[in-house]
Ligand binder design. Sequence first.
Ligand code: F6R
Length: 248
Amino acid sequence: MNIIIAPDAEQAVAQAAAIVAAEIHARARPVLGLATGRTMERLYALLVADHENAGLDFSTATSFNLDEYVGLPKEAPQSYHTYMHEHLFDRVNMRAGYGHLPNGTAPDLDAECAAYEELIRASGGIDLQLLGIGETGHIGFNEPPSAFDTRTRAVELDPVTRAQNAEMFGGDATAVPEYALTMGVGTILDAERLLLLAVGKGKADIIRKALLDPMTPDVSASAVRLHPDCTIILDDDAAAEWRAHKSE
Ligand code: F6R
């Protein structure tokens, strides 16, 4: 596990964006695992700027997002489908149809999850998986408890996560969908490289738990410690509790 601490959020995000850009440069056909959320908004803005100013080329890239709400139409402003189009897909030269998200309105959700796993396999697997961390310690929407061998599936969102994401739903946690589709912890661990990015004081406590407490399905982010090639980028605030306790 390679832990990088940047002095502030902007520099943390810039380092993460540089790793994603290097991966795109290095591969003839990069397969990226993508995340959504507030942390990633700035990262995608930096990738878009790199595309506009330095020609970062997405034309051979394929991507798979971690998760999507169940029951929310793709076109809804809060869907992760909309988020990805607004923040990345429509602003770079991604080929139409190569930016994949699980379909949370599929009539048969189990079949949709199995097909998503198959599509990842058929694309040769994910080269670099981008991860954020939620207040429950989730990666993707792997809420506690999520076994480390779980695959893409429908999950019930934790009330803490629904509160965390309420802002996009007019501040009303009960308006946040109750269920989501998410890659499993096992699906995530199959990626060749992991890149976890967390910034801000609000992430300090859960980062300490994920990185220092015993690994547990109750904090699915703790599973990244099992991965042979995992980079974690934190800003000073998110690293504070980890730093204070790491030598105990
Ligand atoms: C979203 C996702 C989540 C978020 C996490 C952090 O696709 O997979 O695990 O990365 O909830 O979200 P923010 O960045 O909004 O704090």
